[in-house]
Design a protein around this ligand. Sequence first.
Ligand SMILES: Nc1ncnc2c1ncn2[C@@H]1O[C@H](COP(=O)(O)OP(=O)(O)OP(=O)(O)O)[C@@H](O)[C@H]1O
Ligand SMILES: [Mg+2]
Length: 348
Amino acid sequence: MLVVDDFADTVALYEALLSDDGHRVRTAASGSEALLRVDEREPELVLLDVSMPGMDGVEVLRRLRARRGGGPAVLMLTAARRDPIAIEAGLREGADAYLTKPIEGRELVARVRAALDTFRLKRIIETQRRDHIAMLVHDLRHPLSSLGLLAEVLQSEDLSSEEKTSAVATLRALCSDMARLVDGVLVASRLEAGLFTVEPRATTVRLVLAPTITVFSPIATRRKIALAFDGELDRPVFADAVKLRQAIDNLVANALKFTPRSGRVRVRVSSEAGAVKFEVSDSGPGVPTLERTSIFDRYAQGNRGRAAGGSGLGLAIARGIAEAHGGSIAVGESELGGARFSVTVPSP
Ligand SMILES: Nc1ncnc2c1ncn2[C@@H]1O[C@H](COP(=O)(O)OP(=O)(O)OP(=O)(O)O)[C@@H](O)[C@H]1O
Ligand SMILES: [Mg+2]
């Protein structure tokens, strides 16, 4: 980290305190020297005095924030709380925190540690986000180039009608894969922004699940997986049928994806006190205990998920839908030997 102050005594004191706490500390006696040090090697954190002759702390901060990647974490130091204008300016320019001098040694050390932790966490999240975008782009790119090839194939004159039909079928499947992916990203970002809402109405479990059965039964058959729906299928439920179905579809899609051939997947509906519970159980490998909380995050995948493809959005969307209904989602072990996911929504 870098300690910047025009008072040599202050610099020496902070340097000693922070080195004792295990940090590697460099120092600068002015704003312009601070920028030189940062250019030599970018620190994780800058402890920056606001009032210095020449270039002041706020100007240094502004230039740090203009750096690629947003620059280091910055803790600003002011002589007293009586300078609200400088404080306001600093916060607007993106200071991570303000400390007032004189500051007790232990407080300084603690505040620096906290700021560093936050900074490192942000970096990690930022790299993960970039990885995910790269992955998403890759997932979209792949069907897109296949579509291009198919278009060429369809243009050639000497195509039998079976060949043509099969090319068109592939083309449509690719389009719907892409549409699903794009929809997933849209829903996930709407969830993130708090713009996702549901419109619950009186319906029945059977009406919610009918399309799920139609869509997934042939897929299960093809994979030689026994897919069963049972329980209180005629129970009335107060829910947004389209969205609730999407949540359950995501769970069923996962169950079918992760369960090996000749396995079993079961969707069971039951009543709990004032709520309906949809459980999707499978005979697949299950979800390792350590992954059971993280898999519900956007773009999060377990080891198995990464191997199987997909983008890690399905469960985040399912959770968002369950929560938008005032309900919840959970994962555990199933009596079939694999995973059991359940969505519970309140319903009289
Ligand atoms: N039935 C299941 N059995 C085992 N692991 C599962 C199951 N369902 C989900 N998982 C784990 O949870 C992770 C997250 O699931 P999620 O549905 O969010 O993403 P995905 O299926 O990998 O991708 P997407 O749904 O966006 O195509 C999966 O990658 C997998 O590791
Ligand atoms: Mg999924």
